[in-house]
Design a binder for this molecule. Sequence first.
Ligand code: ATP
Length: 643
Amino acid sequence: AALLRIKEVDIPGGWKVGQPVPYSALAKTFSLIESTTKRLEKNAFLTSFLLLVIQRSAKDDYKSLLQTVYLCINRLSPDYEGIELGIGESLLIKAIAESTGRSLAVIKADLKREGDLGLVAMNSKSSQKTLFKPKPLTLPFVFSHLKEIATTAGHSSQTKKVSIITKLLAACQDIEAKYIIRSLEGKLRIGNAERSVLVAVAHAIVLAEKEKANKRWSNEKLAKRLEEATLTIKSVYSELPTYDQVIPALLEVGIDRLKEKCKLTPGVPLKPMLAKPTKAIGEVLDRFENQHFTCEYKYDGERAQVHKLEDGTVGVFSRNSEDMSKKYPDLVHQLPKSIKESTKSFVLDAEAVAIDRRTKKLMPFQELSRRKRKDVKVEDIQVRVCLFAFDILYLNGEPLLRKPLSERRKLLREAFQPIPGEFDFAKSSDGESTEEIQTFLEESVKDGCEGLMVKMLDSEASFYEPSRRSVNWLKLKKDYLAGVGDSLDLVVVGGYYGKGKRTNVYGAFLLACYDDDSEEYQTICKIGTGFSDEMLQSHYKELQPLEMEKVRGDVRVGGAKPDVWFEPKIVWEVLTADLSLSPIYTAAQGLVEERGISLRFPRFLRVREDKNADDATGPQQIAEMYQRQALAHKDSKKKGGDD
Ligand code: ATP
């Protein structure tokens, strides 16, 4: 199917081998991807385009494919470099006005009507009379200018940005302006998540290899090759999440030798392994029966992945791979004392926890969140942190992901030494009975933790699985035991105006989960109680700039009718007493029943600044919570009957 589409993304006569990728070819591909909701078709369009990019790149040119991939995921560099698009609306409006000669007021009015600044830019351009056609835009030209815009800082940077954007817009033809503006806004809105781009890269590489060697493969053989390549690329990328290294390697050695070439490397943060919630100790035992497992304290702080390179550089990365070394200069400073001399390079998985300087007691996350996020000076730090290491993923040149946890833990303990109040190993107990777990759970809560993490200790099931929410790690929180299990992380997609003295703010909000298979937000509940006036003010301040006139295409609304829609961006952690089936909301529709699932009596806990909208809880997790709850009801009824 992919090959059939090639004609549709090709630019006749305009793109020969060795020439730079025409930006119009990418824009055309985006518009084809946007035109369908079918995942396979989206994949076919992107695959065919990437195949063309590979086939038309000169020998040793890896940049064409690399920059194409970045523009497809709307980034310009790996996450940890912190180069971000996301230019403010007013700046973009100014640039559109300057390059098209239309007034700010007219553009603003158009935006209100269309709800998409990309579209407004495109229409503004097409209504403009031009004497001569501009020179066609190339992808490297657009890429380097986007990067220049993203990195321009300091004195008069706003003016400089507007001037570069104006220049770019002036050179746009047809649909190009639409996607340039959307890229600049930081939201492409074509329904193509990063995972789909990885799949398309894998498919394109296989097809390119096949055509180059002029191979004849049966459909089964081709399907098998495509699947193997996808698995390889996903696994390599999860260990080394940087296209800067994976793409050149892929073009140099091909898919079959990619794993030899690309391995976990200190300095490149990997996406952390995550845990599944459980709400009863019995559930833990069901899962781990007859297996070796360990219980560790679940510390209530912030995840910190700590890297040390051979040259002595220490880096601290967040759950989202942001560089936090500037937020935690104290950690960077105090860590070397805990590193044994024989330990030259490593990657640690750990939790940074606030502690009381005097008593060395652990303090809750709220204390930690009082710390500044940027440009922290060691001498100004009020809230001290202690690092609790619970895993080691790399040591002295060797990746350890595929070693059992028992072995990794042994290596961890040999490579470091605890220093009270600064560095320690996560406290653990390898108990096996319900009573032992119960005692340890209570102890963890008494010591200021959230509960326990229960982990598989031996065999392949205990390997480290980057970016997976795995059943081999279960979390058991004290407050789960009475409720439905975990809290949920949900995206705020709509707002309802307040009543009475709250008419100037939103009084209630529409929340949604995120389905990363269909790449859509699914509505789940309205939340409106438990907010203080101050909280409503601060939510208003944060959400108002995200207001949109029309709902975005990737929000599955169902029967919800908020007064305003928001750009899906802000994530809230929410607790619920109960889950129920709902004719109104769309979350997890079709997973348990045709109806969706909704939260009853949702309660706001906090804003999750460390999560992006696409890190929100998924429908599968919600369906699992619903089913567990149904099971628990059944159990308690049965118990009642027996009594
Ligand atoms: P939450 O933090 O609300 O539980 P989450 O989605 O951020 O949710 P989970 O997988 O649910 O992450 O829980 C694991 C988190 O618990 C880790 O990200 C880490 O920050 C923290 N943690 C604390 N102690 C440990 C430990 N011993 N092992 C693993 N993770 C731990």
